[in-house]
Design a protein around this ligand. Structure first.
Ligand SMILES: C[S@@+](CC[C@H](N)C(=O)[O-])C[C@H]1O[C@@H](n2cnc3c(N)ncnc32)[C@H](O)[C@@H]1O
Length: 195
């Protein structure tokens, strides 16, 4: 069973024009995407989840949209290190190849439609949704969790999800960081018995 995460960043830069040494301030908050990637995959520094696929949709300047894809089933090397992840993204943006990591010219709308067509069940994470423990998860199904960035999911994307009938699920009334939500979802799904 696959566990899929989509994080949409309205600000993260879409070209290698940022400085790794001051990532948060020079990249339109690509650091959030890097942190989300680490939380999506790592259990400890030597163990990462092979059943996770992560999509980071970047919509900042200068060439939106770009979608970073990280597929746990095909990664060869992976370090629990935000700067290392940022360097991989920089390399991808320069056109280099890195097994298990990819960057596509794909929009949020196309991505969501593609994942839905694959049969995975979409869930929109939002604090006002139904409590995640009340949602009826089916063992054996693939789930795709959709999250916003530091300012939340933009209105058009939210409208799209609502028009598609995507359920909104909550991790509680507190608005957590996107990376913390991913950690909480992984912990919750582990508890349900999803591999
Ligand atoms: C830092 S939060 C965004 C906060 C932003 N101020 C807002 O009002 O949307 C980033 C993302 O994490 C997810 N999120 C945060 N807290 C959550 C919660 N308690 N339950 C479910 N999802 C949550 C949402 O997808 C949100 O877009």
């Amino acid at each position: 069973m696959k566990r899929i995460f989509i994080v949409k960043s309205s600000t993260a830069f879409t070209a290698p024009i940022f400085n790794i040494r001051s990532l948060a301030s020079s990249s339109g908050r690509l650091d959030i995407i890097c942190r989300c990637i680490l939380n999506a995959f790592f259990i400890d520094k030597d163990m990462f989840r092979r059943n996770v696929v992560f999509y980071g949709v970047l919509e900042g300047p200068p060439d939106p949209p770009k979608t970073i894809v990280v597929d746990g089933s095909s990664i060869d090397s992976f370090l629990l290190d935000e700067v290392w992840v940022a360097n991989v993204i920089l390399d991808l943006m320069h056109g280099k190849y890195f097994k298990g990591f990819n960057i596509l010219k794909m929009s949020f709308n196309s991505l969501v439609n593609l994942i839905r067509a694959s049969g995975a069940k979409l869930l929109y994470l939002h604090e006002d949704g139904i409590p995640i423990e009340n949602y009826g998860f089916e063992l054996g199904a693939d789930y795709c969790f959709i999250l916003g960035d530091q300012i939340g999911l933009d209105r058009d994307s939210e409208k799209l999800l609502i028009s598609m009938g995507v359920p909104m699920v909550s991790l509680g009334r507190i608005a957590y960081l996107s990376s913390q939500c991913i950690w909480l979802v992984n912990n919750f799904m582990d508890g349900l018995g999803f591999e």
